[in-house]
Design a protein around this ligand. Structure first.
Ligand code: C2O
Ligand code: CU
Length: 524
Protein backbone atom coordinates (compact mmCIF):
# COMPACT_ATOMS: atom_id res chain seq x y z
CA UNK A 1 0.00 0.00 0.00
CA UNK A 2 1.36 3.37 -1.08
CA UNK A 3 0.83 4.90 2.31
CA UNK A 4 3.96 3.38 3.74
CA UNK A 5 6.20 4.39 0.89
CA UNK A 6 9.08 6.69 1.65
CA UNK A 7 8.59 6.94 5.38
CA UNK A 8 10.19 4.06 7.18
CA UNK A 9 10.71 6.15 10.25
CA UNK A 10 7.29 6.23 11.77
CA UNK A 11 4.61 4.07 13.20
CA UNK A 12 3.28 1.38 10.97
CA UNK A 13 0.05 3.04 10.04
CA UNK A 14 -2.67 0.71 8.98
CA UNK A 15 -5.03 0.74 6.05
CA UNK A 16 -7.26 3.65 5.12
CA UNK A 17 -10.19 4.06 7.50
CA UNK A 18 -12.63 3.42 4.78
CA UNK A 19 -11.28 -0.01 3.81
CA UNK A 20 -13.31 -1.73 6.51
CA UNK A 21 -10.55 -3.17 8.60
CA UNK A 22 -11.01 -5.87 11.15
CA UNK A 23 -10.39 -4.26 14.50
CA UNK A 24 -6.83 -4.46 15.79
CA UNK A 25 -5.65 -6.39 12.78
CA UNK A 26 -2.59 -4.26 12.30
CA UNK A 27 -0.96 -4.66 15.66
CA UNK A 28 -0.79 -1.90 18.19
CA UNK A 29 -3.85 0.11 18.86
CA UNK A 30 -3.59 3.20 21.03
CA UNK A 31 -6.30 1.88 23.31
CA UNK A 32 -4.21 -1.23 24.06
CA UNK A 33 -1.24 0.66 25.39
CA UNK A 34 -2.90 3.68 26.90
CA UNK A 35 -1.54 4.72 30.25
CA UNK A 36 -3.60 6.98 32.43
CA UNK A 37 -1.85 10.32 32.22
CA UNK A 38 -3.56 12.48 34.79
CA UNK A 39 -5.59 15.33 33.37
CA UNK A 40 -5.15 18.38 35.63
CA UNK A 41 -8.19 20.03 37.14
CA UNK A 42 -9.65 22.28 34.49
CA UNK A 43 -11.05 25.73 35.05
CA UNK A 44 -14.81 26.14 35.35
CA UNK A 45 -15.24 29.14 33.05
CA UNK A 46 -18.53 30.11 34.71
CA UNK A 47 -16.52 31.37 37.67
CA UNK A 48 -15.03 34.17 35.55
CA UNK A 49 -16.99 37.44 35.71
CA UNK A 50 -17.89 38.33 32.13
CA UNK A 51 -17.16 41.68 30.47
CA UNK A 52 -14.91 43.20 33.12
CA UNK A 53 -11.62 43.34 31.19
CA UNK A 54 -11.20 45.82 28.34
CA UNK A 55 -10.55 44.24 24.94
CA UNK A 56 -6.76 44.28 24.52
CA UNK A 57 -5.33 46.08 21.52
CA UNK A 58 -1.95 44.61 20.55
CA UNK A 59 0.73 47.25 19.98
CA UNK A 60 1.13 48.19 16.34
CA UNK A 61 4.48 48.08 14.59
CA UNK A 62 5.41 49.91 11.44
CA UNK A 63 8.80 50.35 9.83
CA UNK A 64 10.10 53.63 8.56
CA UNK A 65 11.73 53.36 5.16
CA UNK A 66 14.41 50.66 4.96
CA UNK A 67 14.36 49.95 8.69
CA UNK A 68 14.47 46.33 9.84
CA UNK A 69 11.82 45.46 12.42
CA UNK A 70 13.25 43.23 15.15
CA UNK A 71 10.71 40.97 16.80
CA UNK A 72 11.84 38.74 19.65
CA UNK A 73 10.10 35.54 20.62
CA UNK A 74 10.04 35.15 24.35
CA UNK A 75 8.35 33.44 27.24
CA UNK A 76 6.17 35.70 29.31
CA UNK A 77 3.19 35.64 31.61
CA UNK A 78 -0.03 37.48 30.90
CA UNK A 79 -3.36 37.71 32.67
CA UNK A 80 -6.07 36.37 30.36
CA UNK A 81 -8.85 37.47 32.73
CA UNK A 82 -9.05 39.63 35.86
CA UNK A 83 -10.06 36.61 37.99
CA UNK A 84 -7.12 34.43 36.86
CA UNK A 85 -3.47 34.38 37.83
CA UNK A 86 -1.04 35.19 34.99
CA UNK A 87 -0.67 32.47 32.34
CA UNK A 88 2.66 31.26 31.02
CA UNK A 89 2.84 31.96 27.27
CA UNK A 90 5.29 32.09 24.39
CA UNK A 91 4.94 35.27 22.39
CA UNK A 92 6.22 37.49 19.66
CA UNK A 93 7.37 40.75 21.23
CA UNK A 94 6.14 39.89 24.73
CA UNK A 95 2.37 39.93 24.18
CA UNK A 96 -0.30 37.45 23.13
CA UNK A 97 -1.32 38.10 20.42
CA UNK A 98 1.91 39.65 19.18
CA UNK A 99 2.19 43.17 17.80
CA UNK A 100 0.10 44.02 14.74
CA UNK A 101 2.46 44.65 11.83
CA UNK A 102 1.27 47.55 9.67
CA UNK A 103 2.47 47.30 6.07
CA UNK A 104 1.76 49.05 2.79
CA UNK A 105 1.25 47.45 -0.60
CA UNK A 106 4.30 47.93 -2.79
CA UNK A 107 6.53 48.88 0.10
CA UNK A 108 8.85 46.10 1.21
CA UNK A 109 9.18 45.26 4.88
CA UNK A 110 12.10 43.50 6.53
CA UNK A 111 11.75 41.62 9.77
CA UNK A 112 14.40 39.97 11.88
CA UNK A 113 12.76 37.26 13.94
CA UNK A 114 14.84 36.50 17.02
CA UNK A 115 14.34 33.51 19.29
CA UNK A 116 14.85 34.14 22.98
CA UNK A 117 12.69 31.15 23.85
CA UNK A 118 13.79 28.71 26.58
CA UNK A 119 15.61 25.51 25.59
CA UNK A 120 12.80 23.20 26.69
CA UNK A 121 9.22 23.15 25.48
CA UNK A 122 6.46 23.37 28.07
CA UNK A 123 3.86 21.58 25.95
CA UNK A 124 3.89 17.85 25.08
CA UNK A 125 5.95 17.13 21.94
CA UNK A 126 5.18 13.88 20.12
CA UNK A 127 8.51 12.53 18.92
CA UNK A 128 6.74 10.04 16.64
CA UNK A 129 5.40 12.88 14.54
CA UNK A 130 7.29 13.56 11.33
CA UNK A 131 9.79 16.37 11.83
CA UNK A 132 9.68 16.31 15.64
CA UNK A 133 11.88 13.27 16.26
CA UNK A 134 13.72 12.89 19.54
CA UNK A 135 17.12 13.65 18.02
CA UNK A 136 16.28 17.17 16.91
CA UNK A 137 16.03 20.21 19.19
CA UNK A 138 12.80 20.53 21.17
CA UNK A 139 12.42 24.24 20.79
CA UNK A 140 12.45 25.40 17.20
CA UNK A 141 10.75 28.24 15.37
CA UNK A 142 10.09 29.51 11.89
CA UNK A 143 7.69 32.32 11.05
CA UNK A 144 5.23 32.36 8.18
CA UNK A 145 3.12 35.33 7.11
CA UNK A 146 -0.17 33.69 6.19
CA UNK A 147 -1.49 35.02 2.89
CA UNK A 148 1.71 36.80 1.91
CA UNK A 149 3.04 36.57 -1.64
CA UNK A 150 6.76 36.23 -0.95
CA UNK A 151 9.82 34.50 -2.41
CA UNK A 152 10.15 30.94 -1.14
CA UNK A 153 13.19 31.91 0.93
CA UNK A 154 11.06 34.32 2.99
CA UNK A 155 8.00 32.12 3.34
CA UNK A 156 9.03 30.23 6.46
CA UNK A 157 9.31 26.70 5.10
CA UNK A 158 8.44 24.26 7.94
CA UNK A 159 11.87 22.59 8.00
CA UNK A 160 13.68 25.93 7.83
CA UNK A 161 13.55 26.31 11.61
CA UNK A 162 16.06 27.86 13.95
CA UNK A 163 16.73 27.44 17.65
CA UNK A 164 16.90 29.74 20.70
CA UNK A 165 19.80 32.16 20.44
CA UNK A 166 19.44 32.34 16.66
CA UNK A 167 17.50 34.69 14.43
CA UNK A 168 16.26 34.82 10.87
CA UNK A 169 15.82 37.84 8.57
CA UNK A 170 12.81 37.63 6.25
CA UNK A 171 11.97 40.24 3.61
CA UNK A 172 8.35 40.78 2.62
CA UNK A 173 7.88 42.57 -0.72
CA UNK A 174 4.15 43.29 -0.07
CA UNK A 175 3.52 43.13 -3.81
CA UNK A 176 -0.18 42.38 -3.47
CA UNK A 177 -3.51 44.03 -2.71
CA UNK A 178 -4.53 45.16 0.77
CA UNK A 179 -5.57 42.24 2.96
CA UNK A 180 -5.95 40.98 6.52
CA UNK A 181 -2.85 38.80 6.83
CA UNK A 182 -1.41 37.23 9.95
CA UNK A 183 1.86 35.75 11.06
CA UNK A 184 2.42 32.62 13.07
CA UNK A 185 4.84 29.84 13.79
CA UNK A 186 5.10 27.08 11.16
CA UNK A 187 7.66 24.68 12.61
CA UNK A 188 7.50 21.13 11.30
CA UNK A 189 5.73 18.82 13.74
CA UNK A 190 5.16 21.39 16.50
CA UNK A 191 3.35 24.42 15.07
CA UNK A 192 0.23 23.16 16.88
CA UNK A 193 2.14 23.60 20.18
CA UNK A 194 3.88 26.86 19.29
CA UNK A 195 0.65 28.55 18.20
CA UNK A 196 -1.17 27.19 21.24
CA UNK A 197 1.60 28.68 23.39
CA UNK A 198 0.73 32.08 21.89
CA UNK A 199 2.90 32.58 18.82
CA UNK A 200 0.72 34.55 16.42
CA UNK A 201 -0.13 38.09 15.45
CA UNK A 202 -1.77 40.18 12.76
CA UNK A 203 -0.21 41.68 9.65
CA UNK A 204 -2.41 44.36 8.11
CA UNK A 205 -1.54 45.21 4.54
CA UNK A 206 -3.08 48.44 3.30
CA UNK A 207 -3.21 50.15 -0.09
CA UNK A 208 -4.27 53.44 -1.70
CA UNK A 209 -7.46 52.05 -3.11
CA UNK A 210 -8.71 50.84 0.25
CA UNK A 211 -7.72 54.13 1.89
CA UNK A 212 -9.80 56.02 -0.71
CA UNK A 213 -13.03 54.27 0.28
CA UNK A 214 -13.63 56.09 3.55
CA UNK A 215 -14.11 52.96 5.67
CA UNK A 216 -13.99 53.36 9.45
CA UNK A 217 -10.32 53.81 10.40
CA UNK A 218 -7.95 54.68 13.22
CA UNK A 219 -9.56 54.17 16.63
CA UNK A 220 -12.66 52.84 14.82
CA UNK A 221 -10.85 49.84 13.39
CA UNK A 222 -9.99 46.84 15.60
CA UNK A 223 -8.44 43.43 15.07
CA UNK A 224 -10.48 40.62 16.64
CA UNK A 225 -8.30 37.53 16.95
CA UNK A 226 -10.39 34.59 18.08
CA UNK A 227 -9.00 31.49 19.69
CA UNK A 228 -9.75 28.96 22.40
CA UNK A 229 -7.59 27.30 25.04
CA UNK A 230 -7.94 24.69 27.74
CA UNK A 231 -7.08 26.38 31.00
CA UNK A 232 -6.42 24.63 34.28
CA UNK A 233 -7.93 25.81 37.54
CA UNK A 234 -4.86 27.92 38.21
CA UNK A 235 -5.14 29.58 34.80
CA UNK A 236 -2.36 27.70 32.98
CA UNK A 237 -2.49 26.29 29.46
CA UNK A 238 -3.32 22.62 29.23
CA UNK A 239 -2.65 20.90 25.92
CA UNK A 240 -4.42 17.53 25.85
CA UNK A 241 -2.61 14.24 25.21
CA UNK A 242 -3.69 10.93 23.75
CA UNK A 243 -2.96 8.91 26.88
CA UNK A 244 -0.13 7.03 25.17
CA UNK A 245 2.91 8.37 26.96
CA UNK A 246 5.37 8.37 24.06
CA UNK A 247 2.80 9.26 21.40
CA UNK A 248 0.79 12.12 22.89
CA UNK A 249 -0.52 13.62 19.61
CA UNK A 250 -4.28 14.16 19.52
CA UNK A 251 -6.28 14.80 16.34
CA UNK A 252 -8.03 17.91 17.63
CA UNK A 253 -8.08 20.35 20.54
CA UNK A 254 -11.02 22.36 21.84
CA UNK A 255 -10.71 24.81 24.72
CA UNK A 256 -12.87 25.49 27.75
CA UNK A 257 -12.40 29.23 27.30
CA UNK A 258 -12.68 31.46 24.22
CA UNK A 259 -10.36 34.40 23.82
CA UNK A 260 -10.61 37.60 21.84
CA UNK A 261 -7.22 39.30 21.41
CA UNK A 262 -5.94 37.11 24.22
CA UNK A 263 -8.68 37.99 26.73
CA UNK A 264 -11.54 35.88 28.08
CA UNK A 265 -14.93 37.61 27.76
CA UNK A 266 -13.63 41.17 27.33
CA UNK A 267 -15.69 44.25 26.59
CA UNK A 268 -15.11 47.16 24.29
CA UNK A 269 -16.56 50.64 24.82
CA UNK A 270 -17.64 51.94 21.44
CA UNK A 271 -19.27 55.08 20.13
CA UNK A 272 -22.65 55.00 18.40
CA UNK A 273 -21.22 54.78 14.89
CA UNK A 274 -19.58 52.39 12.39
CA UNK A 275 -16.58 50.26 13.30
CA UNK A 276 -14.41 48.04 11.16
CA UNK A 277 -13.37 44.70 12.66
CA UNK A 278 -10.60 42.54 11.21
CA UNK A 279 -11.65 39.09 12.37
CA UNK A 280 -9.25 36.15 12.37
CA UNK A 281 -9.91 32.60 13.48
CA UNK A 282 -6.56 31.79 15.07
CA UNK A 283 -7.76 28.68 16.94
CA UNK A 284 -6.01 25.34 16.58
CA UNK A 285 -9.19 23.45 15.76
CA UNK A 286 -12.35 25.36 16.62
CA UNK A 287 -14.69 26.78 13.98
CA UNK A 288 -16.54 29.91 15.12
CA UNK A 289 -20.16 30.64 14.22
CA UNK A 290 -20.28 34.37 14.80
CA UNK A 291 -23.29 36.58 15.26
CA UNK A 292 -24.39 39.64 17.18
CA UNK A 293 -26.91 38.83 19.89
CA UNK A 294 -30.44 39.09 18.52
CA UNK A 295 -29.21 38.31 15.00
CA UNK A 296 -28.49 41.97 14.34
CA UNK A 297 -27.19 42.39 10.81
CA UNK A 298 -23.61 43.43 10.04
CA UNK A 299 -21.70 43.92 6.81
CA UNK A 300 -18.94 41.69 5.55
CA UNK A 301 -16.66 43.73 3.29
CA UNK A 302 -13.69 41.40 2.88
CA UNK A 303 -12.34 37.89 3.31
CA UNK A 304 -8.85 36.33 3.41
CA UNK A 305 -7.27 38.19 0.51
CA UNK A 306 -8.90 41.57 0.81
CA UNK A 307 -12.10 43.32 -0.13
CA UNK A 308 -15.11 41.63 -1.68
CA UNK A 309 -16.60 43.23 -4.77
CA UNK A 310 -19.49 44.61 -2.68
CA UNK A 311 -20.53 44.47 0.95
CA UNK A 312 -22.64 41.48 2.00
CA UNK A 313 -25.23 41.77 4.76
CA UNK A 314 -24.83 38.90 7.21
CA UNK A 315 -26.50 37.81 10.39
CA UNK A 316 -24.08 34.97 11.06
CA UNK A 317 -20.73 33.88 9.77
CA UNK A 318 -18.95 30.52 10.01
CA UNK A 319 -15.20 30.95 10.15
CA UNK A 320 -12.69 28.07 10.00
CA UNK A 321 -9.21 28.15 11.54
CA UNK A 322 -6.98 30.31 9.33
CA UNK A 323 -9.83 32.23 7.68
CA UNK A 324 -10.37 35.97 8.04
CA UNK A 325 -13.41 38.21 7.69
CA UNK A 326 -13.41 41.98 7.38
CA UNK A 327 -16.59 43.32 8.98
CA UNK A 328 -18.31 46.65 9.48
CA UNK A 329 -20.76 46.96 12.36
CA UNK A 330 -22.91 50.06 12.72
CA UNK A 331 -23.71 50.77 16.37
CA UNK A 332 -25.67 53.95 15.55
CA UNK A 333 -29.05 52.49 16.45
CA UNK A 334 -27.74 50.94 19.65
CA UNK A 335 -26.74 54.15 21.45
CA UNK A 336 -26.75 53.66 25.20
CA UNK A 337 -27.11 49.88 25.04
CA UNK A 338 -24.95 46.76 24.84
CA UNK A 339 -24.59 43.95 22.35
CA UNK A 340 -22.63 40.74 22.58
CA UNK A 341 -20.56 39.07 19.90
CA UNK A 342 -21.61 35.43 20.04
CA UNK A 343 -20.14 32.09 19.05
CA UNK A 344 -23.25 29.94 18.61
CA UNK A 345 -25.17 30.55 21.83
CA UNK A 346 -22.21 31.69 23.96
CA UNK A 347 -20.89 35.23 24.18
CA UNK A 348 -17.27 35.93 23.14
CA UNK A 349 -17.24 39.59 24.15
CA UNK A 350 -19.51 42.60 24.64
CA UNK A 351 -19.73 45.99 23.00
CA UNK A 352 -20.93 48.80 25.30
CA UNK A 353 -22.26 51.60 23.13
CA UNK A 354 -22.04 55.22 24.28
CA UNK A 355 -25.32 57.14 24.61
CA UNK A 356 -24.23 60.22 22.68
CA UNK A 357 -25.25 60.60 19.05
CA UNK A 358 -22.35 60.68 16.62
CA UNK A 359 -21.65 62.45 13.41
CA UNK A 360 -20.22 59.48 11.50
CA UNK A 361 -18.47 60.45 8.28
CA UNK A 362 -17.19 56.94 7.49
CA UNK A 363 -18.71 55.18 4.50
CA UNK A 364 -19.17 51.69 3.12
CA UNK A 365 -19.44 52.14 -0.65
CA UNK A 366 -21.76 49.81 -2.53
CA UNK A 367 -18.89 48.85 -4.82
CA UNK A 368 -15.68 48.01 -2.99
CA UNK A 369 -13.44 46.86 -5.82
CA UNK A 370 -13.43 44.83 -8.97
CA UNK A 371 -13.08 41.09 -8.29
CA UNK A 372 -13.34 39.49 -11.73
CA UNK A 373 -14.38 35.84 -11.64
CA UNK A 374 -11.62 33.62 -13.00
CA UNK A 375 -13.13 31.62 -15.85
CA UNK A 376 -12.84 27.87 -15.67
CA UNK A 377 -11.74 27.87 -19.32
CA UNK A 378 -8.51 29.69 -18.42
CA UNK A 379 -7.17 26.68 -16.50
CA UNK A 380 -4.21 24.83 -18.00
CA UNK A 381 -4.84 21.72 -15.95
CA UNK A 382 -6.99 20.09 -13.28
CA UNK A 383 -5.62 18.05 -10.39
CA UNK A 384 -7.88 15.71 -8.48
CA UNK A 385 -6.61 15.52 -4.91
CA UNK A 386 -8.20 13.50 -2.16
CA UNK A 387 -8.54 14.38 1.50
CA UNK A 388 -8.11 11.11 3.38
CA UNK A 389 -8.04 9.77 6.88
CA UNK A 390 -6.33 6.60 8.04
CA UNK A 391 -6.39 4.60 11.21
CA UNK A 392 -4.93 1.49 12.71
CA UNK A 393 -7.86 1.36 15.07
CA UNK A 394 -11.13 1.45 13.25
CA UNK A 395 -12.74 3.72 15.81
CA UNK A 396 -9.97 6.28 15.97
CA UNK A 397 -8.76 8.28 13.01
CA UNK A 398 -5.06 8.77 13.57
CA UNK A 399 -3.67 10.22 10.40
CA UNK A 400 -5.13 12.66 7.93
CA UNK A 401 -3.33 13.00 4.61
CA UNK A 402 -3.53 15.01 1.41
CA UNK A 403 -3.95 12.76 -1.60
CA UNK A 404 -2.76 9.77 0.43
CA UNK A 405 0.80 11.07 0.55
CA UNK A 406 3.20 11.56 3.42
CA UNK A 407 5.22 14.74 3.93
CA UNK A 408 8.40 13.07 2.70
CA UNK A 409 6.95 11.58 -0.47
CA UNK A 410 8.31 13.22 -3.63
CA UNK A 411 6.78 16.57 -4.59
CA UNK A 412 3.82 15.80 -6.85
CA UNK A 413 2.21 19.22 -7.40
CA UNK A 414 4.50 21.25 -9.66
CA UNK A 415 2.58 24.04 -11.36
CA UNK A 416 4.35 26.27 -13.89
CA UNK A 417 4.89 29.91 -12.98
CA UNK A 418 2.02 31.91 -14.44
CA UNK A 419 -0.20 28.91 -15.10
CA UNK A 420 -3.77 28.53 -13.89
CA UNK A 421 -4.92 25.25 -12.37
CA UNK A 422 -8.08 23.79 -10.91
CA UNK A 423 -7.56 21.79 -7.74
CA UNK A 424 -10.50 19.45 -7.19
CA UNK A 425 -10.41 18.54 -3.52
CA UNK A 426 -12.26 15.30 -2.98
CA UNK A 427 -13.06 15.05 0.72
CA UNK A 428 -13.40 11.39 1.74
CA UNK A 429 -13.50 12.12 5.47
CA UNK A 430 -16.42 13.01 7.72
CA UNK A 431 -15.09 16.47 8.54
CA UNK A 432 -14.61 19.91 7.03
CA UNK A 433 -10.91 20.65 6.51
CA UNK A 434 -9.83 24.27 5.90
CA UNK A 435 -7.31 23.82 3.08
CA UNK A 436 -4.73 26.59 2.66
CA UNK A 437 -2.13 27.22 -0.04
CA UNK A 438 0.89 29.43 0.52
CA UNK A 439 1.98 32.08 -2.01
CA UNK A 440 -1.22 32.29 -4.03
CA UNK A 441 -4.73 33.64 -3.82
CA UNK A 442 -7.52 31.62 -5.37
CA UNK A 443 -11.25 31.58 -5.98
CA UNK A 444 -13.69 28.87 -5.06
CA UNK A 445 -15.31 27.62 -8.27
CA UNK A 446 -17.91 25.41 -6.66
CA UNK A 447 -18.72 22.57 -4.28
CA UNK A 448 -20.52 19.48 -5.46
CA UNK A 449 -21.83 16.46 -3.54
CA UNK A 450 -20.56 13.05 -4.68
CA UNK A 451 -20.85 9.38 -3.81
CA UNK A 452 -17.97 8.77 -1.39
CA UNK A 453 -18.29 4.99 -1.41
CA UNK A 454 -18.23 4.80 -5.19
CA UNK A 455 -15.06 6.86 -5.17
CA UNK A 456 -13.42 4.64 -2.57
CA UNK A 457 -14.28 1.51 -4.50
CA UNK A 458 -13.35 2.52 -8.01
CA UNK A 459 -11.96 6.08 -7.89
CA UNK A 460 -14.81 7.26 -10.07
CA UNK A 461 -16.46 10.55 -9.25
CA UNK A 462 -20.21 10.09 -9.26
CA UNK A 463 -21.94 13.36 -8.45
CA UNK A 464 -25.16 13.16 -6.49
CA UNK A 465 -26.30 16.75 -6.94
CA UNK A 466 -25.63 19.96 -8.77
CA UNK A 467 -22.48 22.06 -8.32
CA UNK A 468 -23.04 24.92 -5.88
CA UNK A 469 -21.25 28.18 -6.58
CA UNK A 470 -19.79 29.90 -3.51
CA UNK A 471 -22.08 32.28 -1.63
CA UNK A 472 -21.18 35.95 -2.18
CA UNK A 473 -19.08 36.27 0.99
CA UNK A 474 -16.89 33.39 -0.25
CA UNK A 475 -16.71 34.63 -3.83
CA UNK A 476 -13.78 36.99 -3.27
CA UNK A 477 -10.07 36.15 -3.20
CA UNK A 478 -9.30 33.42 -0.71
CA UNK A 479 -6.23 31.65 0.61
CA UNK A 480 -7.95 29.19 2.96
CA UNK A 481 -11.34 27.62 2.32
CA UNK A 482 -13.70 25.14 3.90
CA UNK A 483 -13.56 21.81 2.10
CA UNK A 484 -16.78 20.11 3.14
CA UNK A 485 -17.20 16.38 3.77
CA UNK A 486 -18.88 14.44 0.98
CA UNK A 487 -18.23 17.24 -1.51
CA UNK A 488 -15.74 18.03 -4.20
CA UNK A 489 -14.53 21.59 -3.63
CA UNK A 490 -12.83 23.19 -6.61
CA UNK A 491 -10.26 25.99 -6.29
CA UNK A 492 -9.08 27.92 -9.35
CA UNK A 493 -5.54 29.13 -8.76
CA UNK A 494 -3.04 31.17 -10.76
CA UNK A 495 0.50 30.42 -9.65
CA UNK A 496 2.12 33.76 -10.18
CA UNK A 497 4.69 35.63 -8.17
CA UNK A 498 7.66 33.38 -7.56
CA UNK A 499 9.11 30.00 -8.36
CA UNK A 500 10.22 27.64 -5.63
CA UNK A 501 8.98 25.33 -2.94
CA UNK A 502 5.99 26.19 -0.76
CA UNK A 503 3.41 24.18 1.18
CA UNK A 504 -0.31 23.53 1.16
CA UNK A 505 -2.05 22.08 4.17
CA UNK A 506 -5.07 21.73 6.35
CA UNK A 507 -5.29 24.63 8.82
CA UNK A 508 -6.56 22.44 11.65
CA UNK A 509 -3.20 22.63 13.37
CA UNK A 510 -3.25 19.14 14.82
CA UNK A 511 -3.73 17.83 11.28
CA UNK A 512 -1.09 20.10 9.75
CA UNK A 513 1.43 19.10 12.44
CA UNK A 514 0.95 15.44 11.62
CA UNK A 515 1.41 15.32 7.87
CA UNK A 516 -1.79 16.87 6.56
CA UNK A 517 0.66 19.13 4.78
CA UNK A 518 2.47 18.71 1.48
CA UNK A 519 5.06 20.63 -0.48
CA UNK A 520 4.29 22.09 -3.89
CA UNK A 521 6.80 23.57 -6.24
CA UNK A 522 6.29 26.38 -8.71
CA UNK A 523 8.50 25.70 -11.73
CA UNK A 524 9.96 28.32 -14.05
CU1 C2O B 1 -1.60 29.93 8.42
CU2 C2O B 1 0.73 27.46 6.28
O1 C2O B 1 -0.42 28.73 7.41
CU1 CU C 1 -7.70 18.61 8.44
Amino acid sequence: MGLMAGTGMLRAWGAPMHMAMPRKSSGLCRHDIADQTAVPRLLDPSRLTPFVDPLPLPPSLRASHGEVLRIAMRETTQRLHRDLPPTRLWTYGGSFPGPTIEARSGSALKVEWISHLPAKHFLPIDHHVCGAEADIPEVRSVVHVHGARVPASADGYPTDWFVPGQSRRQDYPNGQDAATLWYHDHTMGIERLNLYAGMLGMYLLRDEHEASLGLPAGEFEWPLMLSDRLLTEDGQLYYPVSGVSDAPWVPEVFGNVMLVNGAVLPKLDVRARRYRFRVLNAANGRFFRLSLRGQRPFLQIGSDQGLLSSPVTQTSLFLAPGERADLVVDFANLAGSQVELMNDSLPLMRFDIAAAKEDDVSRVPAVLRDVPRVAESTANMTRVLSIDEYSDCVAEPMLMLLDGKRWQDPVSEKPRLGSTEIWSLVNLTGDTHPIHLHLVRFQILDRRPFDVNAYLESKTLRYTGPAQPPPTHEAGWKDTAQVYPGMVTRYIITFDGYTGRYVWHCHLLEHASNEMMRPFEVLA
